[in-house]
Design a protein around this ligand. Structure first.
Ligand SMILES: [Mg+2]
Length: 105
């Protein structure tokens, strides 16, 4: 699946769920939400690394899966946010990371 297809599908799922839950989704909400997801990823990372209370420990395979889930939430929110902000994320990724056109000299 291409990046744009993935972005479109994930954005639709996110927005459908928000509509179902009567949530008003605007840019501010999405900026807050991606930060919430970053926090959830950090928490899952701390659990995976066992840098948390022992009661939260999981089997390594389970904690690794939790990290993957939370990181996919961060990326998913980046997809939704970029669509809302009218940012071509694929182009931005290429210009920032691959061709380095957007790197300041
Ligand atoms: Mg999450």
């Amino acid at each position: 699946m291409q990046l744009k297809q993935l972005q479109t599908k994930i954005s639709k799922i996110f927005l459908d769920n928000a509509k179902r839950d009567n949530l008003k989704v605007d840019e501010d909400y999405l900026v807050l939400k991606i930060n919430e997801e970053i926090g959830e990823f950090v928490q899952s990372y701390l659990i995976h690394k066992k840098k948390c209370r022992p009661q939260k420990f999981l089997k390594p395979k389970d904690s690794h899966r939790e990290m993957a889930k939370e990181l996919s939430d961060v990326v998913g929110l980046a997809f939704v946010l970029s669509k809302t902000l009218n940012i071509d994320l694929e182009e931005a990724l290429v210009k920032k990371w691959i061709t380095r056109e957007w790197i300041k000299h």
